[in-house]
Design a protein around this ligand. Structure first.
Ligand SMILES: [Zn+2]
Length: 138
């Protein structure tokens, strides 16, 4: 049984994902290497780029909404997406976390401080659970 993969030809049109156009575009093959399409010319942006047989990344049009209704449920992913890596401070019971946004806890991982309950207590959302931790402990 012979494989029926058509040989790539220069000048042939193929559909490929274009990073510039951000969509599936018609491309013209401009270079072939080892029987594999190497470079293509995009008809959308008139740009030449290396051919990747990759499909467009899973569209973000199907946004998952509705899981976090109201302000009660605190979603760790959502919280952490608003925190940059350099805002994460190593958790230490003696530190004052009043002005800290996120902590790194050695058992619970990275958590986002959602509330400073009082001078010695903070409410932290970890992935999957909410914890009350002690801080500023003298
Ligand atoms: Zn393009």
């Amino acid at each position: 049984m012979a494989t029926v993969v058509p040989k790539p030809e220069i000048g042939k049109e193929v559909e490929a994902y274009c990073n510039k156009c951000k969509s599936e575009m018609v491309h013209v093959v401009t270079k072939i290497k080892d029987n594999v399409i190497n470079k293509v010319f995009c008809k959308g942006c008139n740009g030449t780029h290396s051919y990747k047989n990759a499909k467009a990344p899973t569209s973000k049009t199907t946004k998952k909404t509705g899981t976090t209704r109201g302000r009660r449920s605190k979603n760790w992913n959502t919280l952490m997406s608003e925190v940059s890596q350099d805002e994460v401070v190593d958790y230490d019971i003696r530190k004052d976390f009043t002005d800290v946004r996120a902590i790194q806890h050695k058992s619970f991982g990275v958590g986002c401080i959602t509330k400073v309950m009082d001078v010695t207590k903070i409410e932290v959302v970890f992935e999957g659970e909410l914890k009350i931790l002690v801080h500023n402990w003298q």
